[in-house]
Design a protein around this ligand. Structure first.
Ligand code: ZN
Length: 66
């Protein structure tokens, strides 16, 4: 059986993609969780900032006479 050698996407350490490695393509559970957390926070942060920036420019006045 040949094990492909890849680099952990999070820390860059060489990791063997063995079926016995449950964290592949990461080297460990820690890297998998940290990478997932970074991805999720980035995904939440970008649209959130976009919406806030957009509202700041386009928000109508709150005290409209009508
Ligand atoms: Zn790693």
């Amino acid at each position: 059986m040949t094990a492909a050698r890849i680099k952990c996407p999070y820390c860059g350490r060489a990791v063997a993609t063995l079926p016995a490695n449950p964290w592949r393509p990461f080297c460990s559970e820690r890297c998998r969780l940290l990478d997932l957390g970074a991805w999720l926070s980035a995904r939440h942060a970008i649209p959130g900032e976009d919406v806030l920036a957009d509202r700041a420019d386009n928000e109508p006045p709150a005290d409209d006479p009508e």
